[in-house]
Design a protein around this ligand. Structure first.
Ligand code: ATP
Length: 309
């Protein structure tokens, strides 16, 4: 018996980063947007006493840890512990989300494993409880359960779904090698210190969602959304990986109406005016030599969900 769950990657259409807090985190105003590029996690019943075992396939499979640190394995153990049962399951991750790419791939697999194990073990855990377990796993995990578009506050784990008036067409340019999210936040703090603004809570205003961005989403207006895209981590990602500037330029020259680094990078995200334009931008990016590959996709799409057998 097995259950397969499909889960989306995310792009942050707005990522406002506040000052460094005393606890080492930053307050964020984070507008998450779920896209059709995603992973599939299959949970299969295994014999009592085998614990959680993992396999992974896909272009980046070699970079995915297959030990107990994998977020999918941690999710399975957390759900089992919550219900007081043994976590005996085999998880297979069919991975299309770039690893360490700023698209929350590990978090997506954690959310998918929660949903897959919940169905496999017939636990019927209420969504609110799953969201609480997801927040314990990591600040991007609850959004992967919800999908759609949502405003995240705090560390990103307090979520409010947002209305969206249509489908948007995206292109993702995948870089060679990842960027560490903590390293990018650290570089953001360093650049703020260097520029003289300061990097602490006292120096940086608390970020808030941009009303123009929320209106563009609600209207389903790609040109307005393109104009409002904003990522406070982009200067830090570009500082650590200067070659990303050429990727952003290549996509814009190929007709993208908006371009930004996705989350902490190094994946670059481009907004296109329609599906045809997205295919053209993806093709041009693949030819440009400025990225490993490029995918045209769309969104928003729903969060982690069981696939029909
Ligand atoms: P975010 O956008 O949330 O900062 P990311 O997309 O940049 O994350 P991930 O792909 O989630 O990065 O991976 C970050 C690190 O997490 C990886 O380098 C890997 O060591 C670890 N990891 C744990 N579980 C997974 C998983 N299921 N898939 C990929 N990486 C995982």
């Amino acid at each position: 018996m097995s259950v397969t769950v499909r889960v989306p990657a995310k792009v942050n259409v707005q990522l406002g980063v506040g000052g460094l807090r005393g606890d080492g985190y930053h307050d964020l105003a984070n507008v998450f947007f779920a896209v059709a590029l995603g992973d599939e996690v299959t949970a299969s019943a295994s014999a009592p006493g085998t614990g959680v075992t993992l396999t992974c396939s896909g272009p980046d499979a070699g970079q995915v840890p297959l030990d107990g640190t994998n977020l999918a394995a941690r999710a399975a153990r957390l759900l089992a512990a919550h219900h007081g049962i043994d976590a005996d399951v085999h998880l297979h991750i069919a991975k299309d989300i770039p690893v360490a790419g700023g698209m929350a791939g590990g978090s997506a697999d954690g959310a998918a494993a929660l949903v897959a194990c919940d169905a496999l073990w017939a636990l019927d855990t209420p969504l609110d409880t799953l969201l609480g377990l997801a927040a314990d796993l990591g600040s991007d995990v609850p959004f992967a359960l919800l999908g759609g578009v949502a405003l995240g506050r705090g560390r990103g784990e307090i979520l409010d779904p947002l209305p969206v008036g249509g489908t948007f067409h995206w292109v993702f340019a995948v870089a060679d090698g990842g960027l560490s999210t903590p390293a990018v936040f650290h570089e953001c703090d360093r650049l703020r210190e260097e520029s003289g603004t300061g990097s602490t809570e006292a120096d940086v205003p608390t970020p808030d969602a941009d009303p123009a961005l929320l209106a563009a989403l609600a209207d389903g207006d790609p040109v307005a959304l393109a104009a409002a895209l904003a990522n406070d981590l982009q200067p830090a990602a570009l500082s650590l990986r200067p070659a990303l500037a050429a990727t952003l330029r290549a996509g814009t020259e190929a007709g993208a109406i908006g371009a930004l680094v996705s989350g902490s990078g190094p994946t670059c995200a481009f907004l296109a005016k329609d599906a045809e334009a997205a295919e053209a931008v993806a093709g041009a990016l693949r030819e440009s030599g400025t990225c490993r590959t490029a995918h045209a996709t769309r969104g928003p799409v729903p969060g982690a969900a069981v696939l029909a057998h």
